[in-house]
Ligand binder design. Structure first.
Ligand code: GUN
Length: 279
């Protein structure tokens, strides 16, 4: 049996650490506050936003919800963000993605003040990550680094293969692994002989967005596999990008879906909010 990397337990540990820190902040008059903006009522976004608010409440972070109608204009949304940028009582600003099609996502991200960019999506945050300066880091990849570290899995000198090159996961993940002195390869939809590349990995991070695509043919014996995917299988059960049962036969450690990477994303968002308030 491989080591099952318990994201639920590790995220709880992080949230409890943050809860203690926030209690100390309250004692000295600092009240961490996150503004959560949602435009429209995308069902998946509603679930994510609800979970973020719940995590804030657990830790003692104030959350201010802005639920805007689908017809909200880009100008109106930017005006709200600018107001929150200059509100000293708000430490973090999060715009739940996706936004409706008539709104330019990049323009919205760029209108958030980098010091309140708790999602780590602003070009300034991404630039800081790339040059090794301090700044907010995208929550899912930051959570994966915590999963590895808190499971005593060494990254330094390891062959790390990331499948997926999105701005939210694949690219920042690769930079973070590099920062930890891993040897990093990024694969994507145009990669030739994918299995040949992924079989080199000591640590394989899978963020392709295709249900149970990764079987043991893609994985080296004894590898560590991190599954970022989230889908429903034919029985409506949650599953990932990795065929968990199949791959489990040969790996040394693996994240389950649910209960692996998912809970870490919110824990790291909370971490970024506390960091924003600390500053
Ligand atoms: N939509 C899907 N994932 C995310 C995330 O991490 N942050 C935001 N703001 N929107 C998302």
């Amino acid at each position: 049996m491989p080591q099952i990397i318990d994201g639920k337990a590790i995220s709880m540990q992080i949230k409890d650490e943050l809860k203690e820190e926030v209690a100390r902040m309250h004692e000295v008059g600092i009240n961490p506050c996150l503004a959560v903006i949602q435009v429209g009522a995308d069902p998946a976004s509603c679930v994510y936003v609800r979970n973020k608010k719940k995590a804030c409440a657990y830790i003692g972070i104030e959350s201010r919800a802005f639920e805007l109608g689908e017809e909200t204009t880009q100008e109106e949304l930017i005006a709200l963000i600018q107001k929150l940028n200059s509100d000293e009582g708000v430490h973090g600003i999060l715009v739940q993605l996706p936004v409706p099609k008539h709104i330019d996502e990049d323009k919205i991200i760029q209108s958030i003040a980098p010091e309140k960019d708790v999602d780590g999506f602003h070009p300034v945050s991404v630039g800081n990550l790339c040059i090794g300066e301090k700044g907010f880091v995208s929550c899912t990849p930051a959570g994966i680094i915590q999963l590895l570290k808190r499971s005593d899995i060494k990254i330094e000198g390891k062959e790390c293969v990331v499948i997926g090159r999105s701005n939210i996961v694949g690219k920042p993940m690769s930079i973070l692994l590099l920062r930890e002195n891993g040897t990093v390869t990024i694969c994507h939809s145009r990669t030739k002989n994918l299995a040949e590349v992924t079989r080199r990995a000591d640590i394989l991070i899978v963020a392709i967005g295709k249900k149970q695509l990764i079987t043991k043919e893609y994985v080296k014996d004894g590898a560590v596999v991190i599954d970022v995917g989230m889908h429903r299988d034919e029985n409506n059960k949650l599953c990932g990008d990795v065929d968990f049962e199949d791959v489990s036969e040969i790996v040394s450690a693996i994240t389950p879906v649910p209960g692996g990477v998912g809970p870490m994303t919110i824990a790291m968002l909370m971490n970024n909010c506390v960091e924003a308030a600390r500053k």
